[in-house]
Design a protein around this ligand. Structure first.
Ligand SMILES: [Zn+2]
Length: 137
């Protein structure tokens, strides 16, 4: 495998790869090859920073099959710094401390395990941004 190819694969697994529209320059996530803003074809790969803020959040008490043992768990609508919105599970956070506008960053976490095939799915979650706040004195 060439260096370029393994880098490309790594980016797809460990970062949020969307697309950037070359016509209106909006960031697009998830990749859909057509810009939702101007309907032009958009296929230019673009790695998002994975940083954003919580736009809204809720707690899932009645999860889909396979996630029962994680319930209840917090899910947020995150507005990425580049603009797109993603829905993702929150992690490393005390539920009482979640608030709208809270800065968050993406982490790659094990999402689910399917015993029989031993298939493990990894996906992204978001956690509160660990960098020190500028406001702290
Ligand atoms: Zn566009």
């Amino acid at each position: 495998m060439t260096v370029a190819r393994s880098w490309r694969t790594r980016r797809q697994r460990y970062s949020l790869v969307g697309e950037r529209c070359e016509y209106c320059h909006n960031a697009i996530f998830p990749p859909r090859d057509v810009c939702p803003h101007c309907a032009e074809p958009a296929q230019k790969e673009f790695a998002l920073s994975g940083k954003g803020t919580i736009f809204s959040f809720t707690t899932v008490f009645d999860p889909p099959a396979g996630f029962e043992r994680y319930a209840p768990y917090p899910v947020a609508l995150v507005q990425l710094d580049e603009g797109p919105m993603v829905t993702a599970q929150l992690t490393d956070v005390v539920p009482e401390e979640i608030s709208i506008g809270m800065p968050v960053e993406m982490v790659t976490r094990r999402l689910n395990e399917q015993g029989d095939e031993g298939l493990i799915l990894y996906s992204y979650k978001f956690r509160p941004t660990l960098e020190p706040q500028a406001a702290i004195v």
